[in-house]
Every structure is written in C-alpha cells, then in structure tokens.
Design a protein around this ligand. Sequence first.
Ligand SMILES: [Zn+2]
Length: 210
Amino acid sequence: MESCAFSEADVTIACAREGLQGVSDDTRKSLIKFCNSCGAAVTRRIPEGDTLERAVCDACGTIHYQNPKIVVGCLPVHGERILICKRAIEPRYGLWTLPAGFMENNETAAEGAAREALEEANARVAIEDLYTVYSIPHISQVYMMFRAKLLDTDFSPGIESLEVKLVTADEIPWDQLAFAMVKRTLEAYLEDRKRGVFVPRFGDIRPPQR
Ligand SMILES: [Zn+2]
C-alpha cells in the first residue's frame, strides 16, 4: 500500500539520515549478559524447537526473547497547520520531528501517541486514524503514526523539546527533519490532503547500504 510518491533518491537520502541513529547491525546480537530471573550468565544458542539464536539461561531455563519495539506518535493538525517539535535530546538533537516515542506497557497505541504529544509538546490531541506504519528492521523498531486533531493552541515545549510550533506546508523545514519516517509521513499527508482522501500506508526504512 505504500505510495510511490517518493523517488528512489529521496528514500536513499532519508534512509541515510535514519542510518545515523547510531545503531549498527550489532543490535541483532543480544546485549543480554545475565539472566534477569536468577542472575546467572546466559549463553547464546538456538533453543529446542526454535529457529533463532536466543540468550538462554542454563541455570534456570529462562529464554530471554528480544523483539522489536513499537514507537507511537501522531501528526497533530490545527486548521491548515501541523505541529512539529525541535528535539532537545539525542539522537538528532536540534532537528524537527513529529511527537512520537516508545509505547509503554498497559497502554493502547492511540493512548501512547496522545501521551507523547502531551509529554513532548504539552499538546492535547484527539487521535483520529492510524496513518503510517514503518518497519525499521536494522534497529528493530516499528513506527505507528496517527493523524490527530490538535484540540487547542495552548502548547509549549516539553522536556524533550527545544521548541514547538505550528507550520504550514510551505514552512516545513524539510532539510532539518530528524527521521525518515517524519519526512515520509509529512509527504504522504500533504499529498493526501491535496487529493482530499487520506490513505493509510506502510513501508520499510532501511540503511542506504548493508
Ligand atoms: Zn536464570
């Protein structure tokens, strides 16, 4: 379903930025050294009946599965303008993003997206539809971005933001966006808004070379 609105070059540039996130292929190797159940050192092997190598505790039998993390966020809109945040944290300090962050336990994806808008921009939003989903396999993350309505303009930078502002399509700082998923979500939104139909889409973001 991913739209082909982006040229190959765009995607490569965006992916090159994404590759700067500072996580290498080594993320596929386990960082777990000790069992979190009994404290013994773990070994890496393929458990019986499994197909992938895991961190296994031979002392108590616990298998430490590591799976992708979900990042939830939203594209808050107020009239013609979109709320964006300038990052006050690494990675990508000083670059612009949409409010997004790791989903917490015991919350829904939509709740997490609204919470991130509140934390990063002190912004109250009504989450509308799921809009873009991006897999980023080299860092084992999945982004789920929702369209959202900004409920009022009483927003301000949260602790993770240097600045928060509403921008028109012409004011989007395309060369200062923090992540490929932000660029692709904004491009999709502007394209869909022009047509008057919002089409959910998914895609993959990969490093420029492996
Ligand atoms: Zn153990």
